[in-house]
Design a protein around this ligand. Sequence first.
Ligand SMILES: Cc1ncc(C[n+]2csc(CCOP(=O)(O)OP(=O)(O)O)c2C)c(N)n1
Length: 632
Amino acid sequence: MQPTPLLDSIQHPSDLKSFAESDLCQLANELRERIVDVVSQNGGHLAPSLGVVELTLGLLSVFDVERDRLIWDVGHQCYAYKLLTGRRDRFATLRTLGGISGFPRRDESPYDHFGVGHSSTSISAGLGMAMARDLDGEDYHIIAVIGDGALTAGEAFEGLNLAGHMGRRLIVVLNDNEMSISPNVGALSLILSRTLSRQWVRQKRRDILRFLRSIPHIGENLALYAERGEGSFKSFFTPGMLFEALHFTYIGPVDGHDIGAVQKHLQMAARVEDGPVLLHVRTIKGKGYPPAEQNPTKYHGVASFLPETHAVAKKHFPSFTQVFGETLVALGADDPKIIAITAAMPEGTGTNLFREQFPDRFVDCGICEQHAVTFAAGLATQGYHPVVAIYSTFLQRSYDQVIHDVCLQNLPVTFCIDRAGLVGEDGATHHGIFDIAYMRSIPGMHIVAPRDEDMLRHAVKTAIALSLPCAVRYPRGPGFGVPMTQPLRVLPVGIGETVQEGSTIAIFACGNRVHPVLEASPLIAEALGITPLVFDPIWLKPLPLAQIRDLFERYSFVVLVEDGVLAGGFSSSVLEQMVDQDLVEGHHILRIGIPDTFVEHGTQLELRERYGLRGYLIAKRIIEFYKKHQEH
Ligand SMILES: Cc1ncc(C[n+]2csc(CCOP(=O)(O)OP(=O)(O)O)c2C)c(N)n1
């Protein structure tokens, strides 16, 4: 580890106020050293955090975070902030089990003023704080730092809209690096990147003044009037136009790596007394670490890597995401009506593969999960078959759109729900553990949970062939290394499979817990002399009811296993049906899944360990359960 003497000398964030600009520059280097060092070991959001080092120093040297409120949008860029606000000694534990979170959390530090992980909430939260401040008669500053990617979401616009209307004092810092995870999309990003040289603006201004003066009688007066509005003249041709129209004072753009300039403009923003202000800061994503600067998408969020060789560890088996992406390409080649849609995550969802083959049938909507779903619904009304690939945690945002725009109209939209289940180091804001519960309650929805990467291929084919609302849920990470079976087939709706015959105990395992249950089986056999039957429902909606009923009639020991919340999840749905059919009497039923709590960060393995979802732990629970009930 490189020495970081300046960083190590900081006792309190306010120490930065006395630092000379040259010290702050050295501190920026030290912060980058430390961030690269820890992220290379623990993984994390490297490029976003490297890009805002100077901005963080500027914010902490101008504002007083004991008093002022600082809200990081998404929060994935907060590593320098954590290092400077009392978490330097724990920084090596970043994103590890029991360690500090990769995102701001109110329960982690008094300097984290708003908890976050999903994007585009900062302006709304900041405005709420501004109203509270004004009602309390206080005068502290509230600063929301939002990226140009996060600004593409509806909620950010809703915040800007109300902020302009309310006219309360609020500082929005727009961190514009022209990147979301991939290059940013949308008309707004084109306006933001419109860099106008001073010379261009002056020339245009001269041309217009000359034209105005040439108008007989009133020309001279018009020119005088126009001359006075120099600021608004410039903002008319720059992104300022947009924000000024929303009643924000626009300042910028400023070079976000020039600490002096950042400080000066933050101070300017702090002096704006009447209404909200937007400070436009330009930064380079991944700044200071060449591989990240050259490939900010790859280094947006990384697994551990070797800082010297920049080699990211190779995964053993192809990931579910990759298998999904390849399957969609294969299906897209045969069906010109398939459209792939992502909300700012082409690489994350594997839809980048579809983009490469069929660019005209690929849409990146920006960070707009709600819009993506309704947009898909619109396409579906016109005979297209949209496939919307969204992570489980982010699909939470589109709940009403799934109900109101898709299911209520019974439209053929396929939802490919990636990162379903425990995701690991990103933690509580990112686990995909609610989707079974929130999707299964929607009339007309179909849900398939493939047990491995091969089944995923058939499930995607099935969902599209079904031509109805249908969700396929699959986990983060590598597959199980199973062989890929040909040809792709359509799975019969609402029919499960007994994947292992057995006696006495029936285990119903869904999705990616089927293989761990198969691993548990010999341990159970060894301990109890019983080989359990293992049933994979494949369909979580509609449930394979006839098969489940039959198993409940034949087995009195029933175990239900899922990697989602128990409240309202798979086991709930099975038990609701069995209670309604009066089939639970005399049964011993064990439910294994996520209890009613927000799950912390840690590796997927550690978290599955903690919640008893690994094969040997499933076996242990079942053995104990069986013995306990045998005794009574
Ligand atoms: C609702 C939601 N959708 C998707 C994401 C995944 N995500 C995390 S960061 C990010 C890009 C953010 O871009 P920007 O705000 O410009 O910040 P940058 O990473 O460029 O610094 C995305 C899409 C998220 N966190 N929240």
